[in-house]
Write a protein that binds this ligand. Structure first.
Ligand SMILES: Nc1ncnc2c1ncn2[C@@H]1O[C@H](COP(=O)(O)OP(=O)(O)O)[C@@H](O)[C@H]1O
Ligand SMILES: [Mg+2]
Length: 400
């Protein structure tokens, strides 16, 4: 990148932002970019990529030098919606165009072993782990992480895929075979009380902004709901936000970084994993009344001013997952619930696939018979009730 002439920040309106990947994250990044006066183009091999509804589609494999060059020539800056981009792709791009975040960040976030090492070097805590790069390292691994654990492939896992819980030597060996004898990491089971996430954005000028802290619930390894405004001690919130700031500064991130955290009973926060991009748990920022995570990433990579992006009101998100045939959710019933916002990505239905999400925002005015405003606590419990109604309409039941 040193061979490049540094552009003037912020980038001018009508500048082109190139995006690697054309899924729902790229779609929502493109919408935010368009609103700020930028143009966008993306590369994705999928002819039905959701982002094509709102952005210019270069239909191509990622590792195609010709189309990469096309994107590099058209764009003033490139950003990404996912981390599993081959190194040579980023290298080629970095020769001719700015790529934010830089490839060093992707190297770290793509590989769970490198990621944990880098987090520890930055002074953050992670789950007990044991790197398994080959068969001999299975020896002693289980005892090393406390007798039971989760074996995860070092690369390419998402939504709980590429993971197996193990509680005996025999199970560990079987799991490693099943995962294809690829490099893995064995993690001790963390007895977390809550899963949280927090985001940080940093622009090329070094300005930093943090998000609120979201409380996330997973079902079968897939994010079910994220809530902003759950009871969270001030110390925990500040701690999480400071961890995010620390990483952004130490790693010189330009762009947006999401930290997935485990909160222990004594308040300790461990980093589960990081994503150098917008994240499913941050979707609630779209309707919470401040800038969204998508706008924050676009502002960061174009050098626009940043500001903290905690939502102004309590809000939550419930994922819409693919349904069994004949069980399509009643969208009108969902939209009739006060405070709901439906976001659908236009993807083909397949059971369990992420097809959209519903944001639910607390009402800002009082709705009680006395006419008095609701307290924050009342706002939150009303919102959670509405969220539970949405979940019942989506899943037929509320998973705890
Ligand atoms: N070490 C662990 N201890 C307890 N639960 C875990 C651990 N690692 C992962 N999980 C659970 O599995 C979910 C998915 O794991 P994660 O490593 O975040 O993979 P993914 O890339 O699929 O998001 C986590 O959000 C958490 O609920
Ligand atoms: Mg995760």
């Amino acid at each position: 990148m040193s061979s490049l002439e540094a552009p003037t920040f912020p980038l001018a309106p009508n500048s082109v932002i190139g995006i690697l990947g054309g899924g729902q994250l790229a779609m929502m990044l493109s919408i935010a970019a368009t609103e700020l006066g930028f143009l966008t183009a993306f590369i994705d091999p999928d002819p039905h990529a959701p982002a094509q509804k709102v952005s210019n589609h270069i239909e191509s494999a990622f590792a195609n030098p010709e189309t990469l060059l096309l994107l590099a020539q058209a764009a003033q800056v490139i950003t990404l919606e996912f981390e599993n981009v081959p190194d040579q792709v980023l290298e080629q791009l970095e020769h001719s165009v700015l790529v934010y975040p830089a490839k060093e960040i992707f190297k770290i976030s793509r590989n769970r072993v490198l990621e944990k090492k880098a987090l520890v070097v930055a002074g953050l805590q992670v789950a007990p782990y044991w790197a398994i790069l080959g068969g001999p390292q299975l020896e002693g691994a289980l005892v090393g992480v406390g007798g039971k654990g989760i074996l995860k492939t070092a690369e390419l896992g998402y939504d709980g895929k590429g993971q197996k819980r193990v509680s005996s030597e025999a199970e560990l060996r079987a799991a490693w075979l099943e995962l294809g004898e690829v490099p893995c990491v064995l993690e001790g089971i963390v007895p977390f009380v809550r899963e949280l996430s927090v985001q940080v954005a940093r622009n090329p000028q070094g300005e930093i902004a943090v998000s609120g802290v979201y409380h996330n619930t997973h079902v079968a390894g897939i994010l079910r709901r994220s809530v902003f405004g759950d009871h969270l001690e001030d110390g925990t919130r500040e701690n999480a936000q400071n961890m995010a700031r620390t990483l952004a500064e130490k790693w010189n991130v330009v762009g947006l970084l999401t930290l997935e955290l485990f909160e222990l009973a004594d308040g300790t926060l461990l980093v589960n994993e990081i994503a150098p991009r917008v994240h499913n748990s941050g979707h609630l920022t779209q309707n919470g009344g401040n800038i969204s995570q998508f706008e924050a990433q676009i502002r960061a990579v174009t050098g626009l001013p940043l500001r903290d992006f905690a939502p102004g009101l309590p809000c939550m998100m419930v994922n819409v997952l693919g349904w069994e045939e004949g069980c399509e959710p009643d969208w009108s019933a969902i939209l009739r619930i006060p405070g709901t916002h439906l976001h659908l990505y236009g993807k083909k239905n397949r059971a369990g696939r992420k097809l959209g999400h519903v944001n639910i925002v607390a009402s800002s005015r009082g709705s009680g018979s006395s006419g008095a405003g609701l307290s924050v606590r009342e706002q939150i419990s009303e919102m959670l009730e509405r969220g539970a109604m949405v979940e019942r309409l989506l899943f037929g039941q509320v998973a705890l």
